[in-house]
Design a protein around this ligand. Sequence first.
Ligand code: HEM
Length: 437
Amino acid sequence: MTAIIQNNQRHPPGPAESFDLNMTKESFEKIAELITRYGDICRIPSTTRKNESYLVNHPDYIKHILLKNHENYIKGVGFDRVKMLLGNGIIVSDGSFWRRQRRMMQPSFNCKVIGKLSEQIKNCNLDLYAKWQRQAETEEIIDISKVSSELALDIVLRSLFSDDLDNMIKEQGGNPFSILTSDPARDIQLVLKFRELRKILLMLIHKRHKEKPLRYDFLAMFMDSRDKETGAAMSNQELLDELMTMIIAGHETSAITLNWVWYFISQFPEVEAKVHAEVDSASYQDIPGFDDLNQLSYVKQVVSEALRYYPPVWLFTRKAINDDRLGEYIIPAGSDIFISPYYLHRQPDFWPQAERYDPDRFSEDMIKHQHKQAFIPFSAGPRRCIGDFFATVEMQIHIGVMARHFKLSRIYDQPLELSPEINMRSKHPVMMKLQKR
Ligand code: HEM
């Protein structure tokens, strides 16, 4: 089903009517329709944008955009809104500035550092464990969406600021970042609240410059890192942008994933039984340490399958700098590219019975046969999520301790409904009965 041919260049098929894809429910439904009608790639005239949009839903094309010819693509539609909140942090920046920042931050995400920071992850989980012990006495009903959000926020803040988080809470009379767990709106109010948070963080940066306290956290590492070429450190403004980026990029995505992981465990008794068998037979006492995580391979599969089924980043974008080709098709300079992990993860050629939740898809044997770019919850290539390993460790430790001691059973008070916005969340909170095992 191929459309116009001009000067030996083919354009992908697509609808005649215009539509502007966005991170909205309307687009979520439109994309399903476009993929059914046009397949792996389609071209959509824009209503208000200068350029046409291309919806790309084949791993080979995605490999080309994110890896092989990644230099030709910058961040696209939707990132202007994020820029208002995050300044020029690495999730929105491009070109040489992005490269410099990413190089300066990358060492903070290596295995050794995450191993050490996993102590912070453990501590956050131990606090929650003590709370659940009390709540499970009376089999309380808990809102696991809210619990996951609070835990993920605690983990990212403690990894960024370690003990200074307690100082900030004391000075501010409460956790100034808790608005992020209670206020899902992405509006102008949030922009104003973010300004307040930046002021608080700037005070902390000044304090660290002045007092030089001994800390082991991301902020200390970002402040110590130097540009290889110039030897310069990050400016306070750059530090602020990167801190806000870490908080925003690292919090909601992890929280949503934890929410779905518990949801799926509670829905599938055979998956729950396998998780229980694995966490019960592992050799750690109560809570896994970093070195125990290789004993939690099934838990990791459960997390991966949740990320396949409901990837929090369900849609992301790029913009082509110069003309490019995807297979036989021309992609003109300036085109807006849309990639949806949600729909790619349901591509029947790569995911048989895609609507079945089945963690065995990610067993060691099965992943050998997977097309690498058919599974992109963390994106791929040089702009792949910098926190992917951190997030995986975070999930494994959490499930490793909680599933050993507790059983969560879903309370069916509301039907499950997806809310596809910047991230894809569950529209209603997921409620669980908490019991000791
Ligand atoms: C399950 C949890 C997570 C998921 C699903 C996720 C997903 C993603 C995706 C899809 C991207 C690429 C977006 C794009 O290219 O448009 C990304 C980028 C990024 N993520 Fe994550 N993320 C997660 C956790 C985290 C954590 C825990 C952190 C930090 C502590 C983090 C920090 C970042 C940053 C800084 C980027 C931008 C990287 C760059 O462009 O160089 N993420 N993430």
